[in-house]
Design a protein around this ligand. Structure first.
Ligand code: ACO
Length: 427
């Protein structure tokens, strides 16, 4: 028998259905509440609001669980790779080898950008942040493929596979072109002898052959992308779904998601971690003064804390050991790494952080690895976007296929009540 909840307002009872997820999560369905009672619910920041039903990713923040389509992130990190996980996210099942080959061929075939997209990148890259360039370039890319970005549902759903492989292929090319253009350098063409990550490193840093790319580096990069591939209804994914709910195509929806990811409390945190570590170093601190100022609320320990994980972020756990291995392979040692290690061990033993369940999140380590690999700080969030693109695309597909209505939250208005207009001469 399905359970019900009852909300009592004054002397009236309102029965409400209970929705139960496959992992036994319970939600009170209030979708008819306003119609029946004139009341809406209030949940500033949506911390307690389920915005949709989804079968893509499951997170249990208290237990530190993250699963894509039912598969544990630790198992995928060990046995899968980024491109395979893209197909898993898009289609819901682990792909066959012919599906993987077909996808790789399609991705490789799209690695050269249309010249008009290259022109936009060149024009913008001198004075616009790479995240702004990426957002604009995705819109421009959609414009170059009008049959994949029609803003008409059946057509855009039918061409999803093509649009998705184009976007997965284009983001590394856009990132490399942005980086190279900012230094007035040409970008080497993609090389089909290379893997997806090797190709990206080749376009970014100009390695001549796959042999010159350290496997520890390309494997760590692949792992970073896989770990970022989806994270259910976070700020940028919810933005993507919100845009898609209005009927927009995947390119436009991802362009908006990129802007949402940019902020320092979301994807921008990996940049903020390095900025914080450099500032601590310049101040001659080993991290202990900074920890004190974070406890006093004067600063925030970037790369710590998470809205959902109140236990260790499972991605951070995996990335911490990959980080140690990659740094050893790269032979990197720097004072800011020592500061990061100090901050981590002090915070994990400190009552302030323990009581608030603040643990390192994925951004604490990803920034450190990316810097050791030679990526400039302002490219870090672009790499996050590259990794998250399959998640956004899967959510776009889910809402395009199953979404019933445009997303449109309500509000509690707290502004002026009605008042008459005052003529300029009387103000
Ligand atoms: N450093 C110091 N104190 C913190 C931190 C932090 N990083 N994060 C939270 N707190 C404290 C808050 O001050 C608050 O303390 P109080 O109860 O004494 O007032 C308490 O912990 C709860 O914090 P909230 O801000 O309510 O937590 P919320 O869930 O809203 O925020 C967030 C989560 C934004 C991730 C926050 O922890 C933060 O700002 N972290 C640093 C930025 C960061 O690393 N972002 C990346 C997130 S992961 C991602 O996007 C991939």
């Amino acid at each position: 028998m399905s359970k019900q909840a009852t909300l009592t307002i004054g002397d009236k009872d309102f029965p409400l259905n209970i929705l139960v997820g496959t992992e036994n999560e319970h939600a009170i369905d209030i979708s008819t509440l306003r119609k029946e009672s004139q009341y809406i619910t209030f949940d500033d920041g949506y911390g307690n609001t389920g915005s949709c039903e989804s079968d893509i990713t499951f997170i249990d923040g208290d237990k530190g669980i993250l699963r894509y389509r039912g598969f544990d992130i630790s198992e995928l990190a060990e046995k899968s790779n980024f491109l395979e996980s893209c197909l898993l996210l898009f289609n819901g099942e682990l792909p066959s080898s012919s599906e993987i080959d077909n996808f790789k061929t399609k991705v490789f075939s799209h690695s050269s950008l249309p010249s008009s997209v290259e022109e936009i990148i060149k024009t913008m890259s001198g004075n616009t942040h790479p995240m702004g360039v990426l957002s604009a370039a995705l819109q421009a890319l959609g414009g170059c493929f009008p049959h994949l970005s029609t803003n008409t549902r059946p057509a855009d759903i039918e061409s999803f596979e093509e649009a998705a492989s184009l976007i997965v292929a284009a983001i590394p090319s856009i990132a490399a072109k942005t980086f190279r253009s900012s230094k007035s350098e040409n970008t080497p063409s993609a090389n089909n002898a290379f893997s997806y990550c090797e190709n990206f490193l080749h376009m970014m840093f100009g390695n001549e052959s796959a042999e010159s790319i350290d496997p520890a580096v390309s494997n760590a990069l692949d792992l970073i992308f896989l770990l970022h591939a989806d994270h259910e209804q976070n700020c940028s994914t919810s933005t993507c779904r919100m845009i898609a709910s209005g009927g927009a195509n995947a390119f436009a929806s991802l362009s908006g998601a990129v802007s949402a990811l940019w902020g320092p409390l979301h994807g921008g945190a990996n940049m903020a971690v390095i900025k914080m570590l450099n500032e601590i170093h310049s101040a001659g601190d080993d991290g202990s003064q900074f920890i004190q100022s974070a406890k006093e609320g004067k600063s925030r320990l970037m790369g710590f804390g998470h809205r959902v994980y109140r236990n260790y972020d499972p991605r951070a756990k995996i990335l911490k050991s990959a980080c140690d291995q990659a740094l050893e392979a790269l032979g990197v040692e720097s004072p800011i790494l020592d500061i990061a290690r100090n901050l981590e061990s002090s915070a994990l033993q400190d009552e302030y952080f323990i009581a608030r369940k603040l643990y390192p999140n994925v951004d604490f380590y990803s920034g450190i690895i990316l810097q050791a690999m030679g990526f400039p700080t302002d490219m870090f969030t672009v790499l996050f976007a590259l990794g998250r693109a399959p998640g956004w695309l899967s959510h776009w597909k889910e809402i395009a296929t199953n979404g019933k209505r445009i997303h449109r939250p309500r509000q509690i208005y707290q502004g002026s009540t009605h008042r008459p207009y005052v003529a300029l001469s009387d103000r």
